[in-house]
Design a protein. Structure first.
Length: 111
């Protein structure tokens, strides 16, 4: 993650602008915050990992990290909102009409 942040912080327009030094190097005895986790495990970070892997700045195996980060972003979105319309399907309220969440959760937790 520090390699990703170091690369991104040098860009004129950051790909993952919400990431800060505090996300990467959490000071000792600092409070853990969910917002840091949601920033790190976000769609923009997943996209950044994919981009860096395709450019050769990260190993090709980084796509596994990208898949994990993307799945976590979707899980956070599943439990975050309750509106019937939103730009992200995973933020829709769970209903018979919009069963994206139900199907996704069954994939994540098949048991």
């Amino acid at each position: 993650m520090s390699q990703l942040y170091d690369f991104d912080s040098k860009l004129p327009i950051m790909i993952a602008p919400k990431l800060t030094q505090k996300h990467v190097k959490l000071p000792p005895f600092s409070n853990l915050r969910v917002k840091y986790a949601t920033n790190v495990l976000s769609h923009s970070v997943a996209a950044h990992i994919t981009t860096m892997a395709h450019l050769g700045s990260l190993p090709k195996e980084a796509v596994h990290s990208e898949q994990f980060v993307e799945k976590m972003d979707r899980l956070f979105n599943c439990f975050k909102n309750s509106h019937f319309t939103n730009s992200k399907k995973m933020k829709y309220a769970m209903s018979e009409k919009y069963d994206y969440k139900r199907r996704f959760l069954k994939i994540c937790y098949p048991g």
